[in-house]
Design a protein around this ligand. Structure first.
Ligand code: NAD
Ligand code: DAU
Length: 351
C-alpha cells in the first residue's frame, strides 16, 4: 500500500479517489482534519476496504512511526500542509509548524522506517513530496516560465514554509540517501476545492448573490491545472521519476485573475442564469490587494513531458466547465462546507 498524507484536503482527496479508480493498491490516508480536511469529499469510499483513514498529525512521530511499521507502505505521498496564502499572512505559525516542523518529523519517521527495510524494499521505496510553484517567487511579465533550475525566491510565509520543506526533502536525499521525489505544481482547480481559494469562492459567492472580491487590479497571472491532471502527474512521477529529481507540473494555462472571474460568470450566466436576467459580472468588486501579492506564476512542465511522457488531459475551457458544473451538481457539499457541518462528518460516519 501507499501512505498518503493530507488525503482529506482538496488535491489529496482527488488523488486518493483517482488512485483507487485506477487500481486496487490500498491507501493509508493520514490527515489531521484541520478546517481544510473534509471526509465528505471521500464519501464514495465509505466501506471500501482499500481506503484506511487515520486522523492524525504528520508531526506526531510516535503515531507516524507506528503506522509505518504496522502498514509497511512502499511509498509516501506527502500532501499534508497549510495551503492558503491569505491565512499565512494573517497567522504564519501553523504554516511553520506543519509545513516545516511537520515535514521534518515526517521525514525523520520515514527515514527510520526506510532504514529498517530490506535491500530490495529500500531500493524501490519512494517519498514523494508535493510542492508548489510559489517557491520560485514572482515572474516579470515577459520572463520565461519557471523551470526546475529557477532559483528559490519565496515571498509569502506560505511559500517560504514550502520552500523550507523542499530543502529538507532534498537534504534527506543528499545526506541520508532517502529515495525522494519532489513535484512543484501550479494552481489547481476542480471538484472538492475549499471555497476560500479564488475559483470555488467566486462560484459559491456568485450563486449566493454575494460580491466577487478581486484583489488589486485583478491582473495577477496564475497558471491553472485541473486537479485530476495533477493526480495523474503524481502517479507518473511516483511510477517512473528519477530518485532525487524535481519535476515541475503545470497546465500551460496562464490567465489573469479577472479573466478567470469573467469566465466563471459567463458559464454561470449560461448554466444557472440570475433571476433578474443580469450577468453575474455585476457582482464583481475590486478590493484591497493581498500584501506582497506575487504578480505572475508560470510553469514550464517540459521536463515532465520529455522524460516521463506526461501531458495534461484538460484544457482550461474543458476543466473550468466541469468545475462549475460540479459545484452546481453538489450543493450539499458546498452547504456543509459553508455551515461547518462537514466537520461533523467523522463522528456521524465513522463512529
Ligand atoms: P488543502 O489545504 O486543501 O489540504 C491540506 C490537507 O492537509 C487537509 O486535509 C488538512 O487537514 C491536512 N493537514 C494539514 N496539516 C496537517 C498535519 N499537520 N498533519 C496531517 N494532515 C494535515 O491543500 P491542497 O490545496 O489540497 O494542497 C495539498 C498540497 O499540494 C499542499 O502541500 C500544497 O502546498 C500543494 N499544492 C497545492 C496547490 C493548489 O493549487 N492547491 C498547488 C501546488 C501545490
Ligand atoms: O501556485 C500554487 C498555489 O496556488 C498553491 O501552492 C497554494 O496552495 C494555492 O492556494 C494557490 O495559491 P494562490 O494564492 O495563487 O491561490 P488563491 O486561490 O488564494 O488566489 C489565486 C489568485 O486570485 C491570487 O492572485 C489571489 C487572487 N484572489 C484570491 C482570492 C481568494 C482574488 O483576487 N480574490 C480572492 O478572493
Amino acid at each position: 500500500m501507499i501512505l498518503v498524507t493530507g488525503g482529506a484536503g482538496f488535491i489529496g482527496a482527488n488523488f486518493v479517489l483517482d488512485w483507487l479508480a485506477q487500481h486496487d493498491e490500498p491507501v493509508l490516508n493520514l490527515d489531521k482534519l484541520t478546517y481544510a480536511g473534509n471526509l465528505e469529499s471521500l464519501a464514495t469510499l465509505k466501506g471500501d476496504a482499500r481506503h484506511v483513514f487515520v486522523q492524525g498529525d504528520i508531526g506526531n512521530s510516535e503515531l507516524v512511526s507506528g503506522l509505518l511499521v504496522q502498514y509497511q507502505p512502499r511509498a509516501v505521498v506527502n500532501f499534508a500542509a497549510e495551503s492558503h496564502v491569505d491565512r499565512s499572512i494573517h497567522g504564519p505559525e501553523d504554516f511553520i509548524q506543519t509545513n516545516i516542523v511537520g515535514t521534518f518529523r515526517l521525514l525523520e519517521s520515514v527515514r527510520a522506517y526506510w532504514g529498517s527495510l530490506g535491500q530490495t524494499e529500500q531500493a524501490t521505496f519512494r517519498f514523494l513530496h508535493v510542492s508548489t510553484d510559489e517557491v520560485y517567487g514572482s515572474l516579470a511579465p515577459l520572463a520565461p516560465a519557471f523551470t526546475e533550475q529557477h532559483r528559490y525566491e519565496p515571498n509569502s510565509p506560505y511559500s517560504a514554509s514550502k520552500a523550507a520543506s523542499d530543502h529538507l526533502v532534498r537534504a534527506y536525499h543528499h545526506t541520508y540517501g532517502l529515495p525522494v521525489l519532489t513535484t512543484n505544481c501550479s494552481n489547481n482547480y476542480g471538484p472538492f476545492h475549499f471555497p476560500e481559494k479564488l475559483i470555488p469562492l467566486m462560484i459559491v459567492n456568485a450563486l449566493a448573490g454575494k460580491p466577487l472580491p478581486v484583489y488589486g487590479d485583478g491582473m495577477q497571472i496564475r497558471d491553472w491545472l485541473f486537479v485530476k491532471d495533477h493526480a495523474s502527474a503524481i502517479r507518473r512521477v511516483l511510477a517512473d521519476g528519477k530518485v532525487g529529481e524535481v519535476y515541475n507540473v503545470g497546465g500551460w494555462n496562464e490567465k489573469p485573475n479577472v479573466e478567470i472571474v469573467h469566465t466563471i460568470c459567463d458559464l454561470l450566466d449560461q448554466l444557472r442564469p440570475r433571476s433578474d436576467g443580469k450577468s453575474y459580472k455585476a457582482q464583481i468588486t475590486f478590493v484591497k490587494d493581498r500584501p506582497g501579492h506575487d504578480r505572475r506564476y508560470a510553469i514550464d512542465a517540459g521536463k515532465l513531458e520529455r522524460e516521463l511522457g506526461w501531458k495534461p488531459a484538460e484544457t482550461f475551457d474543458t476543466g473550468i466547465r466541469k468545475t462549475v458544473q460540479w459545484y452546481l451538481d453538489n450543493p450539499d457539499w458546498v452547504a456543509h462546507v459553508q455551515s461547518g457541518a462537514y466537520r461533523d462528518w467523522i463522528s456521524t460516519q465513522y463512529q
